[in-house]
Design a protein around this ligand. Structure first.
Ligand code: C2E
Ligand code: CA
Ligand code: CA
Length: 510
């Protein structure tokens, strides 16, 4: 017997032989060529008439073939025979592991269930063999675009599943990751897939389940959810990805799509410059605030509330702000040429302002357009000062030296601290619409507006009151000092052409 067995092994064997007269078990043996192989050995004791053991008979059977068959069987039970991908059992096992990790770590990921659109037709038209070849080709091209540790499985005839094992910090992040993968999968299918000398273009319905939503969910729950969503995608006409449970997934998806479209909006000239008049106590226009609009080919005119917060979550806001700044500079140059003495205020988001090249960019835009810097107002928010105050002051000072002014937007809504305010070279406070809304009826707001006016007076700052909609609000402000008025009472934001036309009409009549 080959020396892979220890003393205990032999003791057990002899004990069995003495007790039962027979022993069977697996032993290792070595072939003449040196190869070690597993062997099934049966040892029986042979006794004489007196009942005394005279010798032992051992029967050996080579187990390697059985082993190979066993491994093949195991492979079969974890693998899809046609494509060699993971099968449902293996997929569920991996999903279970990932789900467990996600629940433990409080992180998130997704499972995608993909069903080919119109595969049945192809199968019926070209025959089963062609269908099988196509499924193999699909498995190959899907496999190529996935990350090495993503799990791709074939669950059913034309149904594939993808598990993303890398965990994200937020449900949002998991949703994004899933959408990116869903898009890649669909792109791979839409590209030419060659099979049997024929080119096929496919598409798929994809159901996405983000998880974990709870600590009780099981792997088959996730798969069922993805399946429900996939059927929803089919019902909507196929060629799309749908999230299970519209509540969480669909908002992520809508935001993701909007963000992607917004990236192209600037290149596709879909952003519009709108202007809203700012007037003095005699209702004479002294300037305007520049407000962005997005003219979306399908959605129509999109208001900033629907895309600025989204843009602010990424560097997209910088592109939007830059576009607005250059449009405003061009407008200012035009007004200057026409002899109009008006100021234009433009919103600058903190992310844009904090760019190291912000000052240079403003200078460049002013130079390129020939705009008069003293007519440009940059509206900034208190959010700016969370960062490096010294840097903020330095940038503002440089720009103020050029002649332009800073206005503190949404004043009073943040953590306005007077000490901060004193350090910043600003020129103006904008009282937020939310405070103006309920004056003069709400006494709290009355007190707040009065305080802001007092602060402004104390710091020698100009004041703009935003969102003035009725005479009562206007009268209230008029009685308390000199302010600039902005609101529907004087004019709504309108496209730059319309705003210019109105301006020209009023200067002609004056
Ligand atoms: P904001 O800077 O506080 O702008 C004032 C908002 O109040 C504008 O909304 C304006 O249309 C609205 N408004 C003014 N007067 C009245 C009124 O009397 N009644 C009512 N109901 N509303 C009034 P809008 O244009 O939808 O802009 C919303 C916000 O989007 C802006 O608030 C600003 O924070 C942001 N935003 C707009 N354009 C830009 C931009 O070019 N860049 C950046 N970073 N943000 C922008
Ligand atoms: Ca503003
Ligand atoms: Ca505001």
């Amino acid at each position: 017997m080959y020396r892979r067995h220890d003393k205990a092994f032999h003791q057990t064997m002899w004990a069995a032989l003495r007790a039962n007269g027979t022993w069977a078990g697996e032993v290792w043996n070595r072939r003449k060529n040196g190869e070690v192989f597993p062997e099934l050995q049966t040892v029986s004791s042979v006794r004489n008439e007196a009942g005394k053991v005279t010798h032992y008979v051992a029967v050996f059977a080579d187990l390697s073939e059985i082993r190979q068959a066993q491994q093949a069987a195991e492979h079969l039970s974890w693998r899809d025979a046609l494509t060699g991908l993971a099968n449902r059992a293996l997929f569920l096992k991996r999903l279970e592991q990932t789900l467990g990790n996600a629940q433990r770590e409080g992180r998130f990921t997704a499972v995608l269930l993909l069903n080919l659109d119109r595969f049945k037709n192809i199968n019926e038209a070209r025959g089963l063999a062609a269908g099988d070849a196509l499924l193999k080709a699909v498995a190959d091209s899907l496999g190529q675009i996935l990350h090495a540790d993503d799990v791709l499985a074939r669950l059913d005839s034309d149904e594939f599943a993808v598990l993303l094992p890398r965990l994200e910090l937020s449900l949002d992040g998991a949703g994004r990751a899933a959408l990116i993968v869903a898009e890649k999968l669909r792109t791979a299918l839409r590209e030419t897939i060659e099979t049997g000398g024929e080119a096929v273009h496919l598409d798929a319905s994809i159901g996405v389940a983000l998880f974990p939503a709870s600590a009780q969910e099981t792997a088959s729950d996730e798969l069922r959810q993805a399946d429900t969503a996939m059927h929803q995608a089919k019902a909507e006409g196929g060629g799309r990805a749908v999230f299970f449970e519209s509540g969480m997934g669909e908002t992520v998806k809508a935001r993701y799509e909007l963000e992607r479209e917004l990236r192209h909006a600037i290149d596709n000239r879909q952003l519009r410059l709108y202007l809203q008049p700012q007037v003095d106590a005699a209702a004479r226009q002294v300037g305007a605030e520049a407000l962005v609009r997005w003219e979306h080919p399908e959605r129509g005119l999109v208001l900033p509330g629907a895309f600025i917060p989204l843009a602010e979550a990424s560097d997209l806001i910088v592109a939007v702000d830059r576009w607005m700044l250059s449009e405003v500079c061009r407008l200012l140059a035009r007004l200057e040429n026409e002899g109009q003495v008006l100021r234009i205020a433009v919103n600058v988001s903190p992310r844009h302002f904090s760019r190291p090249d912000f000052v240079d960019e403003v200078k460049r835009q002013l130079d390129a357009s020939g705009a008069n810097p003293s007519r440009l107002v940059l509206e900034v928010t208190e959010g700016l000062v969370i960062g490096d105050v010294a840097d903020v002051v330095a940038k503002m000072t440089t720009l103020t030296t050029l002649g332009l002014h800073f206005s503190m937007d949404d004043f009073g809504t943040g953590y306005s601290s007077l000490s901060y305010l004193k350090r910043l070279p600003i020129h103006e406070l904008k009282i937020d619409k939310s405070f103006i809304d309920d004056v003069p009826t709400n006494l709290n707001d009355v007190a707040l507006v009065e305080t802001i006016l007092a602060v402004a007076h104390h710091l020698h700052l100009q004041v703009v009151a935003e969102g003035v909609e009725n005479e009562a609000q206007a009268e209230f402000l008029k009685a308390r000092g000199t302010v600039i008025y902005q609101g529907y009472l004087y004019g709504r934001p309108e496209p730059v052409e319309a705003w210019l036309a109105r301006l020209h009409a009023s200067t002609a009549s004056a």
